[in-house]
Design a protein around this ligand. Structure first.
Ligand SMILES: *Cc1c(COP(=O)(O)O)cnc(C)c1O
Length: 509
């Protein structure tokens, strides 16, 4: 038997990490997990349209199927396995209490088309969560239906567009700081606006002079993340809000970083007109790997009446949804509907469970601890790595790649070496305003022990890079089932369909 050239083992496995072929590649004709008697012959009434060939499902025994999916499940890295320091993503621990409540049969088995009187509790839950989102943000209204942060941005910008059109003043431009998450300019462009980038100053904040320069009567609004994606609080935020309102524009806040300020700052007090809240970042609820998410949007008085349908109202006959503009309880001129039904119920349950179990003091402590943990990373790494900006950070800490200068090691190499050490890498090359960015967000639930271990490893890797050991970085990761992949080719030319290597014979039905 030859050794596998990649793993160096005969089996192709690496320790107890087992290689796993596609389920179709494990097919053997006639193999099956069940033993059923031959069906009786029946007379076909399909007029000759009966399937002639085999259906093409793979034939496997039950234990093979169980192993297949168990092995696949172990190929995911997850917050439940270790530190997940992805900046901007807020990969926070999801308390098991959330899961217990979301799985209660009375909630988990709901159907959105059930009669209203059978879902009073669910509607009340949405209404209660809406109340706390409004309270925490200091905003008068909230649209609950958006399905994620980016969807919330779409909701907010559509509300702004509807408000501008209602006053007969359609505008053309939306200002977006250079450090913004890519979804911000994408949303503005998708809504038909020209996007104008506002540079960052040397303190990593919006360049106030450049912002004021860009203002004009055709500016529909500005989209700002606060704290921003450099992990810094925008200290000129009141002046920015005043200036955008001064030209008749609106202030969109990207609230994905709300985790850093919950219980300390109310965005409504900063002059915000609308802000999406990533329930899946700020109020736990698991995400990553593609969802699910939930992105309710809080709205100011000026935008509230344009909120999308449906929304929950409460009257003498209990809770119900307003589904149409003509509804007697409709409070405004909704810009339309963003989603079938009313939002991500499972996420609502988890977010409310998180809020209720933490209480006001607990939420405030979570945001304080998130900021403390990030600053602990910053303070512990700042002499070996190069912080991108001076001064304390908020919930995430941004380094640039100056510490790797002349080492032959890139940010990418550094991240790959972290994988060999058993750490999911931080966010790389984002935000774009600093060179070779490494953005780390530890979140509030990591213990000092976990942070200390992470810090020790990052410091050791930095020292190794500076000792000119570039080759070991360029070869990383060495211990994973796959080494470096051609990510560009994979993205440009994805292989989405398995094709049998040769014409199939009689496969299992
Ligand atoms: C995560 C994030 C978004 C997008 O949220 P999704 O729920 O992933 O669509 C937008 N802005 C910032 C700053 C984010 O971190």
């Amino acid at each position: 038997m030859d050794r596998n050239p990649v793993t160096g083992t005969f089996s192709g496995n690496r320790g107890l990490q087992i290689e796993e072929p596609l389920i179709f590649e494990q097919d053997r004709p006639g193999r099956t997990g069940v033993d059923l008697p031959e069906p009786p012959k029946i007379e076909s009434r399909l007029g000759g349209l009966d399937r002639q060939g085999a259906i093409g499902l793979p034939g496997l025994s039950e234990p093979q199927v169980v192993r297949h999916y168990t092995r696949l499940s172990q190929k995911n890295y997850a917050i439940d396995m270790g530190l997940y320091p992805l900046g901007s993503c807020t990969m926070k621990h999801n308390p098991r209490l959330n899961e217990k409540l979301a799985r209660l049969p009375g909630l988990a088995d709901l159907h959105p088309l059930q009669p209203r009187r059978t879902v009073q509790g669910a509607l009340e839950l949405i209404d209660t969560l809406a109340h706390w989102l409004k309270t925490l943000t200091g905003m008068p209204a909230v649209a609950m239906s958006p399905a994620a942060g980016a969807h919330g941005e779409l909701c907010g910008i559509m509300a702004i567009r509807a408000a501008l059109e209602a006053r007969g003043d359609p505008r053309r431009r939306i200002l977006v700081p250079e450090s913004a998450h890519g979804t911000n300019p994408a949303t503005a462009a998708a809504c038909g606006y020209a996007v104008e980038a506002i540079p960052a100053n040397e303190r990593g904040r919006v360049d106030l002079a450049a912002f004021k320069e860009a203002l004009g009567p055709d500016v529909a609004g500005i989209m700002i993340t606060n704290p921003n994606t450099c992990g810094l609080f925008e200290t000129d935020i009141l002046e920015i809000a005043e200036a955008i309102h001064g030209v008749g524009g609106y202030f969109y806040a990207d609230g994905a970083n709300f985790n850093a300020i919950v219980g300390r700052v109310r965005p409504g007090d900063l002059g915000v007109d609308c802000m999406h809240i990533n329930l899946h970042k700020t109020f736990s609820t698991p995400h990553g790997g593609g969802g699910p998410g939930s992105g309710p949007v809080v709205l100011s008085e000026a935008l509230a009446s344009f909120a999308p349908l449906p929304y929950v109202v409460h009257g003498a006959d209990g809770f119900r949804l307003v589904e149409q503009d003509g509804d007697p309880a409709a409070t405004g001129k909704a810009f339309g509907r963003l989603k079938s039904f009313h939002g991500q119920m499972g996420m609502f349950i988890r977010a409310l469970a998180y809020m209720m179990s933490h209480g006001a003091d607990g939420l405030r402590q979570a945001s304080s601890d998130a900021v403390l943990n990030a600053n602990y990373l910053m303070a512990s790494l700042r002499d070996e790595l190069t912080p991108a900006f001076d001064g304390p950070c908020m919930h995430e800490v941004l380094f640039d790649d100056r510490f790797l200068k002349d080492t032959g090691v890139s940010t990418l190499d550094f991240a790959k070496a972290m994988i060999d050490e058993g750490f999911h890498p931080m966010t790389m090359y984002f935000p774009l305003v600093v060179h070779g960015a490494l953005l780390m967000e530890p979140t509030e639930t990591e213990s000092k022990d976990a942070l200390d271990q992470f810090i020790a490893v990052v410091r050791a890797l930095a020292l190794r890079a500076k000792a000119r050991d570039a080759v070991s970085f360029q070869e990383a990761p060495r211990l994973t089932p796959r080494r470096r992949l051609d990510e560009t080719a994979a993205a440009r030319n994805p292989v989405l369909r398995w094709r049998p290597p040769q014409p199939r014979g009689e496969a299992a039905e």
